[in-house]
Design a binder for this molecule. Structure first.
Ligand code: HEM
Length: 121
């Protein structure tokens, strides 16, 4: 069984906050790396002149584009909050509080997610 199969198996047979947050952190981390390529490709159209740049940016000015932006916003916010949690837990030896910190982060994510709906759509 490959690594991916093992992770899916662990989640199915023993779902817990640690494996779920670890998996989401990895998925969002990889998604952010992939987004960077799309971002640089879109922005690089600036070298073909202002009209070309306008055209490239306008491609995302529709409901699908806004949904992609919102998904990116949720992914980067989750990754940021969970990354801060991991860093705090490791630096300040907060392992006993790590689950509580995860839930606090999810509450902040929820609030920012609601605010993001107002901002993006
Ligand atoms: C916004 C601020 C960010 C913070 C606070 C943050 C924090 C972290 C931390 C603490 C880890 C290590 C997780 C662990 O030890 O289990 C990590 C992993 C990672 N981050 Fe970030 N990160 C941030 C932004 C980004 C960005 C912008 C990208 C992509 C361009 C990114 C991509 C990744 C990847 C690919 C991993 C490896 C995931 C894994 O191996 O499971 N991160 N991040």
């Amino acid at each position: 069984m490959g690594i991916l199969g093992k992770i899916v198996n662990d989640i199915l047979w023993n779902p817990n906050t640690s494996i779920l947050s670890y998996t989401l952190h990895r998925i969002t981390g990889i998604a952010l790396v992939l987004f960077l390529f799309l971002h640089i490709w879109t922005l690089s159209s600036v070298f073909q002149g202002p009209e070309s740049f306008e055209k490239a940016v306008k491609k995302f000015d529709n409901p699908l584009g806004h949904t992609m932006e919102y998904t990116l916003f949720l992914a980067v916010t989750f990754h940021l909050l969970n990354g801060l949690r991991i860093t705090l837990v490791e630096l300040l030896a907060l392992a006993p509080q790590q689950e509580r910190l995860l839930w606090a982060g999810l509450v902040v994510l929820g609030i920012m997610g609601l605010y993001g709906i107002k901002l993006i759509f």
